[in-house]
Design a protein around this ligand. Structure first.
Ligand code: DGL
Length: 246
């Protein structure tokens, strides 16, 4: 089975890693719109336009399913992409919400949603979580993490000072933290340590694997035959980063 994986940049590699480990696909084509990242500061119409262009990119590749490994695109453009496509297109927000339900169960749990400004403004996580009873929610746009990750700053003083900047009001670690941007799992270790490893982290990659297995019944253990990387700018650099991280 051949899948496409789409992100605005390199963050979707965190989802790709989970997909590879789960062996759900034997052919994977990754496309990062590195020329135009970040999407998380752009408006809805621009995000939709870029996402439909990404859909065009995948057309000649004859994929069976497209995984949108970007929360920002999932928040704003998923429906529009689905309207323009005959193959299934799966985003990361619904799986993330189901993962919160599975992992945290207690609807009184304090949950911190971290995401790009666009995803936070869409209210997608909050609305869906409230629908299933979670009410103790805090949303925080932490877009500065995106360039740090793109720059490979996954630990150290600069990252710690950005943590202090965003989280100075937190006296206690939240029960759960949604990594509502696929760039964020790459700083998950540092983030978890910042909160004394007391919070359950919700990761889009793990959530989507669980979702594909339970909702789309994808269970086949395929050996990976081919993995191709494409980027709208500097494919060589994306491929190099991917080889390092995967
Ligand atoms: N990886 C994207 C997401 O999951 C965000 C990065 C961006 O701002 O483009 O939302």
């Amino acid at each position: 089975m051949r899948t496409g994986v789409f992100d605005s940049g390199i963050g979707g590699l965190s989802v790709l890693k989970s997909l590879i480990n789960a062996k759900l696909f034997d052919e994977i084509i990754y496309y990062g719109d590195t020329a135009r990242v970040p999407y998380g500061v752009k408006d809805k119409q621009t995000i939709i336009r870029f996402s439909l262009e990404a859909l065009d990119f995948f057309k000649p590749h004859n994929i069976d399913i497209l995984i949108v490994a970007c929360n920002t695109v999932s928040a704003y453009a998923l429906e529009e992409m689905q309207k323009h496509s005959k193959i299934p297109i799966v985003g990361v927000i619904e799986p993330g919400v189901l993962a919160v339900q599975n992992k945290l169960k207690d609807t009184d749990s304090e949950i911190l949603i971290l995401a790009t400004r666009a995803t936070i403004n869409s209210g997608e996580y909050e609305t869906r979580l409230r629908k299933i009873g979670f009410w103790n929610l805090k949303s925080l746009a932490t877009g500065l993490f995106v360039p740090l990750v793109e720059e490979g700053l996954l630990e150290g003083a600069v990252l710690e000072s950005v943590f202090d900047y965003y989280f100075s009001n937190f006296t206690n670690p939240p029960k759960g933290i949604i990594l509502g941007c696929t760039h964020f799992p790459l700083i998950a270790d540092a983030l978890s340590a910042y909160f004394n490893n007391q919070s359950v982290l919700i990761h889009s990659g793990e959530a989507i694997v669980e979702y594909l297995e339970t909702h789309l019944q994808l269970r086949t253990q395929y050996p990976l035959k081919s993995l191709q990387f494409f980027a709208s700018d500097n494919t060589a650099s994306l491929t190099k980063i991917a080889q390092k991280w995967l």
